[in-house]
Design a protein around this ligand. Sequence first.
Ligand SMILES: Cc1cc2nc3c(=O)[nH]c(=O)nc-3n(C[C@H](O)[C@H](O)[C@H](O)COP(=O)(O)OP(=O)(O)OC[C@H]3O[C@@H](n4cnc5c(N)ncnc54)[C@H](O)[C@@H]3O)c2cc1C
Length: 460
Amino acid sequence: MPRVAVVGGGISGLSSAYYLAERGIGCTLIERQARFGGVIDTERIQGCVLEAGPDSFISQKPWALQLIRELGLRDDVIGSNDHLRITYVVKGGRLVPLPDGLMLMIPTKILPLLRTSLLGWGTKLRMGLEWFRRPAAGALPDQSVAGFVAGHYGQQAVDYLAEPLLAGVYGGDPEKLSVASVLPRFVELAQKYGSLTRGVLHERRKTARQAKGMPLFQTLKGGLGQLVEALVAQTRPAPEVIHGTAEALERHPAGYRVRVNGVWLEAAHVVLACPAYQAGALVGPVEGELAALLNAIPYSNSITISLGYERAGFRHPLNGFGFLVPKKERSLMVACTWVGTKFSHRVAQDRAVLRCFAGGEDAGVLSLSDENLIAGVRRELEALMGVTEKPVFTHIARWPRSMAQYTVGHAGRVRQIESRLAGLGGLHLAGNAYHGIGIPDCVRMGKEVADRIAAAEPRP
Ligand SMILES: Cc1cc2nc3c(=O)[nH]c(=O)nc-3n(C[C@H](O)[C@H](O)[C@H](O)COP(=O)(O)OP(=O)(O)OC[C@H]3O[C@@H](n4cnc5c(N)ncnc54)[C@H](O)[C@@H]3O)c2cc1C
């Protein structure tokens, strides 16, 4: 029986442990916190399900739902209420709905685009003329998301569409984010058609057929914490769990050894399912170049601030999923979700819940006190939504250095990381720093690591 140590009990590490067990391989799971789940953390307050971290996963990517099915939780899956989906973007201090027919920042319907006050006439004209763009000769080099989108649709499409949409997902700067890693599908379309609009419309019938009846987002009735609980309970053989920080990693005749709580643990395989900078710190003494590459992956910070209100007398109609605040208009808040509209089963009948996000690359916001954070978002909610009501509960979660940033050249750096890793043997990486930031990709990476270990250790 090979000994496997998994460092990190977030969704990536838990998925690795689960799929290893499915392949008959037990492991030791090392998690520095008393709880599992990493940034997935569900709480209940006054009958409301509060997600301190992620609230759902995108339906288009199958791996999270597959795992949920395997865990017997299919009946608890709920979809986003897409018939109520309106997303607003702040412009000039007001909430303006995103025009109908946008695929991220790609327009697919003319009239809503013409009517929106989010974009000026120059941008609308430019977006229309993009239709005539021809494919460039040869492969497109990686570039920033901002450069790519501005090249197709102009700077205003970056400022009021791409930046706020991506800030919600990555908490990052589109001037730095890599288009090849963040929007790979759009790069393919640009390569094939020249025009993104033409490409999307051309391929839409296929996508529409695949996506038919699928909500945009899915989650669990009781919150994503249900997934974590089921993973911990149903991983059989159950992993040996050590709650402690993996402090050091060394080569050893058995493969590797990891020091936790001052004690060395030997393992033929070590899965580093912790953030890349933690993996880098551990790998340093084993492979300096690999550590440097891991440490070069930047991270941004995130804070969720949930406010619960009495439903009776709450004046705003909450007619949509919430709003995004473009950098140009931002002081504290990056986005706000109107929880009860986006998902059923989350908010008690007599409550309304607003889930606000702050954060980004500047860590300064993490040091704001709870009082200042709440006062700040309440000020902004009053200015934007007219919410003057006093919350009956609040909940704040700070997630320092939690969102890996796929900056320009990311794919090349990950290739270098993987080729160095291949030279080592027995050392594996999983997590949101490599091939996808969302929960489905983290599950997939956990599963792939389990497959690689199982392939390296054929069963009798
Ligand atoms: C606020 C927020 C909202 C998000 N919203 C969504 C969403 O709606 N949908 C979506 O798909 N994705 C969302 N994401 C992204 C997604 O949730 C994460 O990318 C994913 O959950 C990361 O999982 P992970 O296991 O790779 O890392 P983590 O969850 O960061 O887990 C890593 C674990 O490793 C442990 N650890 C670290 N170092 C050590 C060490 N040396 N020794 C032992 N243990 C260690 C940590 O304690 C932690 O438990 C969101 C992320 C955040 C922060």
